[in-house]
Design a protein around this ligand. Structure first.
Ligand SMILES: Nc1ncnc2c1ncn2[C@@H]1O[C@H](COP(=O)(O)OP(=O)(O)OP(=O)(O)O)[C@@H](O)[C@H]1O
Ligand SMILES: [Mg+2]
Ligand SMILES: [Zn+2]
Length: 332
């Protein structure tokens, strides 16, 4: 599975900006230290000179060995002197070196694996995923809902007949759970299925979770089931398999996938199998998914298969939303 050229290029650009910013920072730091301690600059110049002389000596052959040995001695004396200047003035011994965001690849995005083959560094893979998520989220109302704007005062405090809790109690617990979930989120957190009638805050709370964990740098995608499936289907039936694969990859690999309005999509073989695929791949990778639906358990089993639904129910935290439709005028 892979992302397309467009996303890969954007990722390279973003990483190279990070690298350049880090190199620029190092230059500024170097300039500052050289003007504070001019001897450091002299040392640097002499070290460069030694490097050039050593190369020359090797090329000249003959008594190269004694010359290079002497140069090596001088070089290590200079490096030592530099270290002493830095440390005795309260700087770290590597204060003149560049500091990269990813020290593993020095912000190049490439490392050598144990077989000596150049491979992508995890940092570049992460940037690709972030960008793929941003692309898919471009059309979603992500920033509109927060935990702070989720009100509890509108839920009924009376115990619901036949149960031992009120809507207020239940929704307080759900809100608390969602806040904790966002606070402790990891790419292997549990999935959640939010069920309930329309206008009860399912989308609101799932977006609130998304907002919190995006701030922590996780790759989150929020999609509505009918929208994303229509998009995939369009690419598929136009033979645009690269685009289709890129979206499926992003949906599968992101840290958190939120699928809103499951069950309102057009029912077709393509859509059902696309949903199965995405869920199965995510379950295998232990990546969490949040599903929102108006469907009851029975209806879910009718739309999808019993096996599929029991897999979801076995692996997801279930939340039954209660209350009355927030969109109704007398509610606010
Ligand atoms: N407890 C709440 N406090 C503040 N606003 C709320 C609350 N619950 C819902 N809302 C607001 O009411 C509107 C409807 O809520 P939301 O879209 O989350 O409902 P839903 O459960 O996803 O409904 P549907 O099943 O139709 O998608 C949104 O504008 C949302 O911000
Ligand atoms: Mg909704
Ligand atoms: Zn890296």
């Amino acid at each position: 599975m892979s992302y397309g050229k467009y996303i890969n290029n954007l990722a390279e650009e973003r990483l190279s900006k990070i690298r350049n910013a880090n190199l620029h920072k190092q230059e500024m730091e170097q300039d500052k230290l050289y003007s504070l301690f001019p001897r450091l600059k002299e040392i640097e110049a002499e070290l460069r000179h030694i490097g050039a002389m050593a190369a020359k000596a090797v090329l000249a052959g003959t008594d190269a060995r004694t010359v290079t040995e002497q140069l090596a001695l001088r070089s290590s004396a200079l490096q030592n002197e530099r270290k002493v200047i830095l440390l005795s003035n309260g700087y770290k011994s590597d204060a003149l070196e560049p500091h990269f965001t990813c020290e593993k690849c020095r912000d190049t995005g490439r490392i050598e694996n144990e077989n000596g083959i150049t491979v992508l560094c995890d940092c570049l893979k992460n940037i690709r995923m972030q960008i793929a998520c941003e692309e898919l989220n471009k059309v979603s109302p992500l920033s509109l809902s927060t935990f702070e704007s989720f009100r509890l005062d509108c839920y009924d405090m009376d115990v619901v007949p036949g149960t031992s809790t009120s809507d207020y109690d239940r929704m307080s617990k759900i809100l608390e759970y969602c806040k904790k979930y966002a606070e402790n989120f990891s790419a292997e957190s549990d999935g959640i299925i939010m069920k309930g009638a329309t206008g009860l805050g399912k989308t609101h709370l799932s977006l609130a979770i998304a907002n919190e964990i995006i701030k922590k740098g996780f790759g989150v995608i929020y999609v509505s089931a009918p929208d994303i499936l229509a998009k995939l289907e369009r690419f598929h039936f136009n033979y645009d398999y690269d685009e289709e694969e890129q979206i499926v990859t992003t949906l599968t690999e992101c840290d958190l996938l939120i699928i809103d309005d499951l069950g309102t999509e057009f029912q077709s073989n393509y859509n059902t199998s696309a949903i199965y695929n995405i869920f199965n791949s995510r379950l295998l990778k232990k990546h969490p998914t949040i599903i929102n639906t108006n469907l009851t358990l029975k209806e879910l089993e009718k739309y999808y298969t019993q096996r599929f639904v029991s897999r979801i129910m076995g692996n997801f935290v279930k939340m039954d939303f209660r209350g009355s439709d927030f969109r109704r005028p007398n509610k606010r």
